[in-house]
Design a protein around this ligand. Structure first.
Ligand code: PBG
Length: 330
């Protein structure tokens, strides 16, 4: 006789639904979007099919369509014209820049959504780095001073949550202090806590044309500030600092290759854990699906589910809209 038969709890869709431990809801999702100057723009990103660079007008409509599907949180990244880039990423701290205008207009059109920014210099930097390059190195403290300015401008423009993606030391505390001093105590910070120097950011860098430039006086990669993919303990150290410095969310990035890190932070911290399912992770699934090697409507939800099961409370993914659409269809 066999007393234990686990299959009894799998015998119908209804029973499986009853005991399902993890469910991804549309509330869990953040949808990253790209914006550039112009009108009527909907420019597909070749390495991230189904994702586009929008102009303000088309972006506002796209967000409206997503809101109709139940999505409530959006992250926006700017594609900046090369002519506006310089070594200091000055356009990023220019009060009149397009990104800040976009934020104001989005919040005007959709006041109830949660709008999340990107705090880093790379979209504006002619060197393609998240900080300033001084004597061939990315200078931490000089970069943090600029990130503080950028943050205050973003808070003023109406972003609900700021997302420092730069990995400079001490930036969370410095940004928190600058925000509080300027009267933005209610503006949240979602820290890119454990952001790894991953090969999975390729399509994102294509979208923004933001990769480190190939010049002998500029570091060729981001390994002196983004984390070594081999390290786990160091993620705890970064999390500890972010918590003490006042972060409201801790983020792990990328997600799927770093599920152990998501789990580790979830187990050790009481802050909500966000996972950024990055462009290259989505590109792999999209490419295999386009070839007919994987079934997109099955692998896509399984992917998001895995990230949530590992411990993520917030899922940032280019699949957000497709997932909301799939759920809508039932
Ligand atoms: C840079 C930034 C990157 C991403 C978000 N912010 C890329 C990088 O570090 O070069 C990647 C996101 C993605 O790949 O989807 N501040």
């Amino acid at each position: 006789m066999m007393l234990e038969r686990p299959r009894r709890n799998r015998k119908s869709a209804a029973i499986r639904g009853l005991i399902r431990e993890t469910k991804v809801t549309v509330d869990d999702l953040v949808y990253p979007l790209f914006v550039q100057e112009g009108k009527g723009v909907k420019d597909e990103i070749a390495s991230l099919p189904g994702n586009f660079r929008w102009s303000l007008d088309t972006l506002i409509k796209e967000i409206g369509a997503c809101v109709d599907l139940g999505l409530k949180s959006f992250m926006v990244f700017p594609k900046v014209d090369d002519a506006l880039k310089d070594g200091l990423g000055s356009y990023g701290t220019n009060r009149d820049n397009y990104y800040l205008k976009v934020a104001r207009e989005i919040k005007k059109a959709h006041p109830h959504i949660t709008l999340i920014s990107d705090v880093a210099l790379d979209p504006y930097s002619s060197d393609g780095h998240d900080g300033i390059v001084v004597d061939g190195r990315v200078d931490n403290d000089a970069s943090v001073a600029l990130l503080q300015q950028m943050s205050v401008l973003q808070a003023e423009a109406g972003f609900d949550i700021l997302g420092p993606s730069d990995m400079m030391d001490g930036r969370i505390g410095a940004i928190r202090e600058a925000l509080d001093e300027e009267g933005f105590a209610d503006t949240s910070i979602m820290s890119y806590t454990a952001k790894y120097a991953s090969a999975l950011y390729g399509p994102f860098r294509d979208a923004l044309d933001s990769a480190p430039v190939d010049r002998s006086d500029v570091p060729k990669d981001k390994k002196t500030y983004q984390m070594d993919p081999a390290n786990k303990t160091e993620a705890l150290r970064e999390a500890e600092l972010d918590m003490v410095e006042g972060a409201d969310f801790l983020m792990v990035k990328p997600a799927l290759h770093y599920l152990d890190i998501i789990h580790l932070l979830k187990d050790n911290y009481n802050l909500p854990i966000a996972a950024y399912h990055v462009s290259g992770e989505c590109a792999m699934v999209l490419a295999a699906s386009q070839k007919g090697w994987l079934d997109y409507n099955q692998i896509m939800p399984e992917t998001l589910l895995s990230i949530k099961r590992a411990g993520a409370d917030v899922l940032i993914s280019y699949f957000a809209k497709d997932y909301a659409q799939l759920r809508r269809k039932g």
